[in-house]
Design a protein around this ligand. Sequence first.
Ligand code: 2U9
Length: 343
Amino acid sequence: MEELLQKIEVYKAEIAAFTGSNTDEVEAFRIKYLGTNGLVKTVMGEMKNVPNENKREFGQILNNFKIFVQDSYDILKEKTAETENKIEHNFDWSLPGNPVVVGTRHPLNIIRNQIVSIFQKIGFAVSEGPEIEDDWHNFGAMNLPEDHPARDMQDTFYVNQNPIWLLRTHTSSVQARVMQHQKPPIRVICPGRVYRNETISARAHCFFHQVEGLYIDENVSFADLKQTLYFFVQEMFGKDVKVRFRPSYFPFTEPSAEMDISCLICESKGCNVCKHSGWVEILGSGMVHPNVLENFGIDSNKYTGFAFGMGVERIAQLKYRVNDLRLYSQNDIRFLKQFMGVV
Ligand code: 2U9
């Protein structure tokens, strides 16, 4: 009994010295003393060992102890609520918030969006299609029959289970799908990712991005092609830009031409980018080959069309002076954050 009285005194001293002042600490206090397995319960349990003649006196002591603990807890709880309330009221709501880190648009998406909106201004619709294509949509329909030597320039990746499936080498396959389902007039641009079996280096990659365009109607001429592409470069690179066309060869267009613009980096004075020629190549184009029109049941005596294709990386390289293609897909934050704020 003497021992029990001593324990109670120790607990009382402990409680008086308790300094906890937040909700968690006060809750820990409650559990320790007043909880189901708390010290008050344990002390009360000792009553059964107290001789009958002392039970009355002891009952009083234990009861007082219980009241003391309960009162101490109530006071602590009230004080804590008060201080926490005060902290809340003293909070300066005018403080600036924590900055939210937002991502940046990828430079290729910025340029892709710009190209798309320029062509939308002059009435081109936008179409997208699958990246895994069949041989016919990618090659056959584009006047590139099997064993055609021009297929070598567009070697790609094939699906093991069925080699008629391949990763598209250009977005022409999307125009092919448009021609399958739509009658002329057709005026469409097709942005998207394309694949080639190339060794990765600063100047080549096994995937890149294109925007291709197609315009088919009666009386579409090479003059329409030139004026449309001239409008595009003026919108993209400014009114001072000059253009020139060089004859070229593509199996899907005849005649074909590559388009150069005057070098904006050195103002045509000669630099590394234009290889001291004053001109940089930006896209390929031409009049749609009659075979391609006929492949889709379009009468090539009635309808003509022009088509063009450009690499988004190439345009971005000229706009932002990116000299290594690999930077676009390495996800290096130091590269990407330079485009912060460009929309
Ligand atoms: C159809 C008919 C013709 C699309 C064309 C080019 C010329 C061209 C290259 C530019 C750089 C590919 O990204 S690149 O490597 N493209 O030079 N593309 S004409 O001709 C078509 C497309 C669809 C039905």
